[in-house]
Ligand binder design. Structure first.
Ligand SMILES: CC(C)(COP(=O)(O)OP(=O)(O)OC[C@H]1O[C@@H](n2cnc3c(N)ncnc32)[C@H](O)[C@@H]1OP(=O)(O)O)[C@@H](O)C(=O)NCCC(=O)NCCS
Length: 232
């Protein structure tokens, strides 16, 4: 596989139809099933709503729906996808997030001195096992930041047991800021320690631009065709 055959797009979640969301769900299932974590297939299937593709899609199209905690507000969710020709090989979902009621009221206001109250949440990312370690994850991350403010904080939550994902977020310059125990695998006695990592948009972008594949992508975007802004 050469990176030349990879194309990327970025959309609002509602722009993707049922089949496209199902493709994402299948990719996530394959991606998590292949990593070295102490999880059974049924735990992973529970995590990706395998028996219920409609709820998988619903909770990503409407960030208020489904499995989000009360008091959390989300805005400007975006889906970034990587394709090798027709095949979906990578996916990232990001949104602006705030916690608490005051922040919630500020959520709709996109003005500079309030922007820092909304952090960018890198909610989920998956790259097909056959396409890893070629900086597709980095390219997805780079595109996720392109319409965010450099002063915004950015955070990602990773299970402690997922060492590859921890290395991935640390390589982007995110640093551990805390952790909690979560039950995301259904009726299991094996909860996960979820670790929060954080940095700023400016710092992550600076790190990513040191990766040659990302720098090339940045140049391509700079000369993109008007009217086709997100296609690279
Ligand atoms: C995490 C994941 C998305 C990374 O995708 P990727 O396209 O392979 O990542 P990249 O090639 O952009 O990696 C960038 C850097 O991250 C680090 N990294 C990525 N995968 C790593 C691994 N398995 N082991 C150690 N470091 C790793 C490296 O520093 C790498 O740079 P290098 O290859 O020049 O050393 C992919 O492994 C995946 O889909 N995992 C399953 C789903 C998942 O765990 N998602 C994260 C949940 S928070």
């Amino acid at each position: 596989m050469s990176l030349e055959s990879i194309s990327l797009d970025k959309n609002k979640p509602g722009a993707l139809g049922y089949d496209e969301w199902h493709q994402v769900q299948m990719l996530m299932r394959e991606a998590f099933s292949s990593v070295d974590i102490p999880r059974t297939q049924s735990e992973i299937d529970f995590f990706v709503h395998w028996e219920d593709p409609a709820s998988f899609r619903r909770s990503r199209i409407d960030p208020y729906a489904g499995d989000f905690s009360p008091g959390q507000s989300f805005a400007r969710p975006r889906v970034i996808r990587a394709f090798d020709k027709e095949d979906l090989v990578g996916y990232l979902y990001a949104a602006d997030n705030t916690s608490g009621n005051i922040a919630r009221r500020l959520m709709k206001m996109y003005i500079p001195h309030l922007i820092q109250k909304k952090y960018v949440w890198l909610r989920e990312i998956a790259v097909h096992p056959d396409y890893r370690r070629q900086h597709i994850g980095n390219m997805l991350g780079y595109l996720a930041l392109q319409d965010r403010h450099p002063a915004q904080s950015i955070s990602a939550y990773v299970w402690r047991e997922n060492e590859a994902a921890i290395s991935f977020v640390e390589a982007m310059g995110l640093e551990e800021t805390g952790s909690k125990t979560v039950n995301v695998f259904g009726r299991t006695n094996n909860p996960a320690e979820q670790v929060r990592f954080a940095s700023t948009v400016a710092e992550v972008e600076r790190r990513l631009l040191c990766v040659p594949e990302v720098a090339k992508l940045a140049v391509k975007r700079a000369v993109r065709t008007p009217g086709n802004a997100w296609l690279v």
